[in-house]
Design a protein around this ligand. Structure first.
Ligand SMILES: Nc1ncnc2c1ncn2[C@@H]1O[C@H](COP(=O)(O)OP(=O)(O)OP(=O)(O)O)[C@@H](O)[C@H]1O
Length: 217
């Protein structure tokens, strides 16, 4: 599904964020990406979505080489890869429904099917009944669910999450991780970057551990 082959990333300021990273996510697998602050977790996720380009090595998503796709193909790639970030980047002047529907609109999804698809995904993440609310009126955990719904509404093959529970207490964090686990059980490939080392143990899932930009032993 996602394969990195000896990937490195050196930022313009000269800092090496990743070095010699090779890994493969099998379709339907779920992994946690762990490591200290600055280990390179966010950088790895940004490379996988072509938000950043690697300085060396190659990245494949299915049979596409991400490192070679032309800029005009990047939006297409991003629809196949759902992303969730800690600061959910919701539009606070739009309703929950509109936040999620926007992801379908930009993908030219048929207009007459948008409402049904949005309702279905909001139900899936436990937000039925909240569709007409503004995000600011929701709790942190609920806002994160809106972001998850938005990431899922295009039915991506791969879900990448970067510290999706960073601002939540343990109980809410567990609930969000359980939701990702459920998607994985339904066949989605999932990679979650987290500081929270309780999660891989709690869910009995493998970790990809980064240490100063390299794969830890
Ligand atoms: N845009 C950038 N320009 C220069 N250096 C950067 C940039 N983004 C990240 N870095 C550096 O690359 C290294 C890896 O950062 P990255 O954000 O990938 O780590 P992380 O493991 O996600 O950390 P955290 O858990 O704190 O988010 C850090 O030393 C960071 O300072």
């Amino acid at each position: 599904m996602l394969r990195l082959d000896r990937v490195s990333k050196r930022y313009a300021q000269g800092h090496t964020a990743l070095q010699g990273i090779s890994l493969e996510l099998e379709p339907g697998s779920m992994h946690f990406l762990t490591g200290h602050s600055g280990a390179g977790k966010s950088t790895l996720l940004k490379l996988a979505t072509a938000m950043e380009r690697p300085s060396g090595g190659r990245i494949f998503f299915g049979d596409q080489e991400i490192t070679r796709i032309p800029r005009r193909r990047v939006p297409h790639l991003r629809r196949a890869i759902g992303t969730v970030f800690q600061d959910h980047k919701l539009l606070y002047d739009r309703t929950v429904h509109e936040n999620v529907a926007l992801a379908l609109r930009v993908a030219n999804f048929p207009r007459n099917r948008i409402h049904g698809r949005v309702q279905a995904v909001l139900t899936k993440v436990g937000l039925e009944g909240h569709q007409n609310k503004l995000p600011i009126t929701l709790s942190g955990g609920e806002q994160q669910r809106v972001a998850i719904a938005r990431a899922l509404v295009n039915k991506p093959d791969l879900l990448l999450a970067d510290e999706p529970t960073g601002n939540l207490d343990q109980e809410l964090a567990d609930e969000i991780m359980d939701l990702f686990y459920e998607f994985h059980q339904f066949g989605m490939t999932v990679l979650v970057a987290t500081h929270d080392l309780t999660q891989p143990n709690r869910l009995d899932l493998p970790q990809i551990r980064l240490q100063q930009g390299q794969m830890a032993a």
